[in-house]
Design a protein around this ligand. Structure first.
Ligand SMILES: Nc1ncnc2c1ncn2[C@@H]1O[C@H](COP(=O)(O)OP(=O)(O)O)[C@@H](O)[C@H]1O
Ligand SMILES: [Mg+2]
Length: 386
C-alpha cells in the first residue's frame, strides 16, 4: 500500500506539487498546506502565482515574499488554533540572497547587485524563476522554522523545466568551456580584451565597446559566485531526490491531462524523484448510475407523477414530456460522471502500486476562500484514510 496523502503530510518535510498549467496546482498546494496545518504541523505554503482572490484569502500581496500567518477557520471539532504560513516567491530577492551568500566579498556582492545588467539577468535569465523556486524551497525547508514546506511550482511551459533548472545550471556553470570563456574576463584589462587590442577593435565595429566591456565585467564578477551556485544546486538536488521530499502530481480529470501527468511521473522517476501521490482534480461529484436507462426512468417518473394528479395539472402528455426531459438530463449527467470515473480508473492503472490516487471533487464555486480550500483539504485527508 502506498502512503496516503495524510501520511505524506505528517512524514515529509517537503511536498512539491507538479503538473501542467491550469490543472489546480496552486489551489491544491494551499489545500495540502491547510490539511497539514490542521494536523498540527508547522506548515509553509510557498506559492508562485495565486489567482487574485486566492492571494487575498491567503493574505498575500503580489511580488512580496513576506511570510503571512493565516488563522484557519474552525471546522467540525478540529483544532481551532490551527494556522498556516504562506509566502510568495520573489525571484529577484531570492537571487539577491544567493549572490550575497556566494560573492567573495561584500564589496563584490554590492558591485554585482548594483550592476545595470543585474536586474535583467536575475529576472530574465532562462530558468531563473524555476531555479529560484527551488532555492527558496531549500532555504525554507532547512531554516528550522517549519516542519513541512509545500511548494506550488511555477507555471512552466513544460512542467519539467522547473526540475531541470538546477541541473542545467550545474551543467552550464560547471562546464569547462563556460569557465574558459568567463574566467579570463575577470582579468579584463589584459590579453585579447585589453582596450585597443585587435579583438576589441574588431568588436567596436559591431557594438559599443563600453557595453561589451560592461557585460564581460558583469559576468566576470558574477562568475565568482558560480561555485556557490553549483554547490547549492547540488544540495537542492539532494533534498528533492531524498527521503524527506515527495512529489504530488496534479492533473485535470481528462485523458490528455492524465497522460501528461503520467509522462511527468516517468520523468521524475528517471531523475530519482518520487511521485508519491496523484491528485485528479475537478472530478464530478455525481453518482455514475444516475439516470440508468432513460426510457425506464421516464416511464417510472411519469407513473409517479400521474398519481399526483392535480399537482401536475392533470395533463398526461405534459407529465410524460417532463418525465422524459428529467430522465434524459439525469442520464446525461450520469454519463459525464461515468466518464470521470473512467478517467480516475485509468489514472489508478497509470499510477501503479506506489502512488496514492485521490480524486478531488469539482466544486460549484471556485475555491478561493479558506472555507472552500478547507473542504478540499478535509476531503484529501479523508479520502486518503478510506
Ligand atoms: N476542485 C476545483 N473545483 C473548482 N474549481 C477549481 C478546482 N481546482 C481549481 N479550480 C479553479 O481552477 C483554476 C485554476 O487553478 P489553479 O490552482 O490556479 O491552477 P494552476 O496553479 O495549476 O495553474 C482556478 O480558477 C481555480 O479556482
Ligand atoms: Mg498556479
Amino acid at each position: 500500500m502506498p502512503p496516503s496523502v495524510a501520511e505524506l503530510l505528517t512524514t515529509k518535510r517537503v511536498l512539491l506539487c507538479v503538473g501542467t498549467g491550469g490543472v489546480g496546482k496552486t489551489t491544491l498546494s494551499a489545500a495540502l498546506g491547510i490539511a497539514a496545518a490542521r494536523q498540527g504541523r508547522r506548515t509553509l505554503v510557498l506559492t508562485v502565482d495565486p489567482a487574485r482572490r486566492l492571494a487575498n484569502a491567503l493574505g498575500l500581496r503580489a511580488f512580496d515574499e513576506h511570510v503571512q500567518r493565516i488563522a484557519l477557520p474552525a471546522m467540525g471539532g478540529q483544532d481551532q488554533a490551527a494556522a498556516l504560513d504562506a509566502s510568495m516567491l520573489d525571484v529577484k530577492r531570492t537571487f539577491d540572497r544567493v549572490v550575497t551568500r556566494y560573492a567573495r566579498t561584500p564589496q563584490s556582492a554590492q558591485r554585482i547587485l548594483g550592476h545595470p545588467f543585474y536586474v535583467q539577468a536575475s529576472t530574465a535569465l532562462a530558468g531563473s524563476q524555476e531555479y529560484m523556486a527551488t532555492e527558496r524551497l531549500y532555504e525554507c525547508a532547512t531554516c528550522g522554522q517549519w516542519d513541512l514546506v509545500v511548494l506550488d511550482t511555477p507555471p512552466a511551459e513544460h512542467a519539467l523545466d522547473f526540475l531541470d533548472a538546477p541541473r542545467r545550471l550545474i551543467d552550464l556553470f560547471g562546464s569547462p568551456a563556460f569557465r574558459k570563456v568567463i574566467a579570463p574576463t575577470t582579468r579584463l584589462k589584459s590579453g585579447v580584451f585589453r582596450s585597443g587590442s585587435m579583438v576589441m577593435r574588431g568588436l567596436q565595429r559591431f557594438t559599443s565597446v563600453e557595453m561589451f566591456t560592461n557585460l564581460l565585467e558583469f559576468f566576470g564578477e558574477l562568475s565568482e559566485t558560480f561555485d556557490g551556485f553549483v554547490q547549492r544546486a547540488e544540495q537542492v538536488q539532494q533534498l528533492v531526490t531524498g527521503p524527506d521530499a515527495a512529489f504530488v502530481l496534479v492533473s485535470a480529470c481528462d485523458p490528455t491531462s492524465s497522460d501528461q501527468a503520467a509522462s511527468l511521473s516517468r520523468q521524475l522517476r528517471a531523475q530519482h524523484m518520487t511521485p508519491a501521490a496523484w491528485l485528479v482534480n475537478r472530478v464530478l461529484a455525481l453518482d455514475p448510475t444516475l439516470g440508468g436507462d432513460p426510457a425506464e426512468l421516464a416511464a417510472a417518473l411519469a407513473g409517479e407523477w400521474s398519481q399526483l394528479g392535480d399537482a401536475m395539472g392533470g395533463d398526461a402528455e405534459q407529465t410524460r414530456r417532463l418525465a422524459e426531459q428529467v430522465a434524459q438530463t439525469a442520464n446525461a449527467l450520469g454519463r459525464l460522471a461515468q466518464a470521470d470515473q473512467a478517467v480516475v480508473q485509468r489514472v489508478r492503472g497509470l499510477a501503479g502500486a506506489n502512488m496514492a490516487v485521490v480524486p478531488v471533487v469539482r466544486r460549484d464555486e471556485e475555491p478561493h476562500d479558506l472555507m472552500g480550500l478547507s473542504h478540499i483539504a478535509q476531503a484529501l485527508v479523508a479520502d486518503a484514510q478510506a
